[in-house]
Design a protein around this ligand. Structure first.
Ligand SMILES: O=C(O)CCC(=O)C(=O)O
Ligand SMILES: [Fe+2]
Length: 350
């Protein structure tokens, strides 16, 4: 499946690519019926694995009526309409190959846990009336996930969703709200550089009117942030620091202190993609009760209605997003993540 350059460019700049009518209506209906019958049969479960760190769990909604069909069930030929699921899997595998080429991420999904399913992770999701999903990013730098972060052989690279709803109207709620970076050009692809994941960005400034992704090297818990330099090398922005506790102090202000030793003049431009969160910090910021949020400095909210057949794609590391509360209706989707190999062992924590 050929991925248009404009779609690739959108993903690489940290924005959401929206492709209406990706799935023909008959396939949308088949998958929706399949999801409904699997849900009715009790095969869906609460997304307990959601967010890989304890810190994340505090930031998620505990009580909302959201459930998933896991991969083992998805891949079970004995259950419901397996033919429809397999057809979608084949389509997603073709999309994955197209994306690997268009995004120059050749390792995309190689060695996937479930090659037959077409995507490393794939599941149905159901939001009951009133359900929502709090602001988050789908993948974090390994150091932000502590030891577990380095153990996984692969990581999320591209997030995808195909909505399965029939005639979703403006009043139905449940929009996917994405927090894109608003102003201007991004200097180079977001997400990762040479295996190092992005943790933040430098905002555009008068003398340098582009946003610059900031990546983090980490070796045995010793970290250093950098951006792409002029000659293609790394331009270090901080000295070496210990991941703990520094990365777990909330907010840009603390991160900006790290720039003092290297590039103090750039400190004020630094912004976390998604500031590390903790239940305590959320309480402090009054976020615990918030079902939806407004854009932070320099962000623009883009709302996507979950209309049947629409495909959305975005970089799993770079784009914060949330799902607004649904009103009366159930909200159905099939979603997943194409993975990439995680970087080599020399980066492993001691
Ligand atoms: O259902 C959606 O639109 C988004 C879901 C999501 O963000 C997630 O599962 O990580
Ligand atoms: Fe997400």
């Amino acid at each position: 499946l050929t991925v248009p350059p404009s779609v690739a460019a959108t993903i690489q700049s940290g924005r959401i690519a929206i492709i209406p009518n990706f799935l023909p209506p008959p396939e949308v209906s088949q998958l929706r019926a399949d999801a409904r019958s699997l849900h009715a049969a009790g095969f869906f479960s609460a997304p307990s694995d959601y967010g890989s760190t304890a810190k994340d769990k505090g930031a998620k909604d505990a009580g909302s009526d959201r459930s998933l069909l896991r991969l083992a069930r998805w891949s079970d030929p004995a259950l419901a309409d397996f033919a429809a699921r397999r057809r979608l899997g084949a389509r997603m595998a073709r999309l994955r190959s197209g994306l690997a080429l268009a995004l120059a991420r050749p390792a995309l999904d190689r060695g996937a846990a479930a090659p037959d399913a077409g995507s490393s992770e794939i599941s149905y999701s159901r939001f009951g009336p009133g359900a929502f999903l709090r602001r988050h990013v789908d993948e974090h730098h390994e150091e932000l996930k502590l030891r577990a972060g380095w153990r996984a052989p692969t990581r999320r690279s591209v997030s995808w969703l195909v909505y399965l709803n029939e005639g979703w109207g403006e009043g139905d709620g449940g929009e996917l709200r994405c927090f894109e970076r608003g102003a201007g050009r991004v200097a180079g692809p977001v997400g990762a550089e040479d295996g190092d994941l992005q943790v933040g960005l430098l905002r555009a400034a008068r003398g340098d009117p582009v946003e610059r992704p900031v990546f983090m090297e980490a070796k045995a818990g010793r970290c250093r942030m950098y951006m792409r330099g002029g000659g293609g090398g790394r331009e270090y922005l901080t000295g070496v620091f210990d991941a703990e506790p520094v990365l777990f102090l909330v907010g840009d202000f603390f991160a900006q202190q790290l720039f003092r030793g290297a590039r103090p003049e750039l400190a004020g431009r630094f912004h976390y993609l998604e500031a590390p969160r903790s239940p305590a910090a959320d309480r402090l910021l009054g976020l615990r009760a918030a079902k939806s949020t407004t854009p932070e400095g320099g962000e623009v909210a883009v709302d996507v209605r979950p209309v049947g057949g629409t495909l959305v794609l975005f970089d799993s590391v770079a784009l914060p997003h949330e799902v607004l509360p649904t009103k009366e209706r159930e909200r159905w989707a099939v979603s997943g993540w194409f993975h990439e190999k995680q970087q080599g062992e020399h980066h492993t924590r001691a």
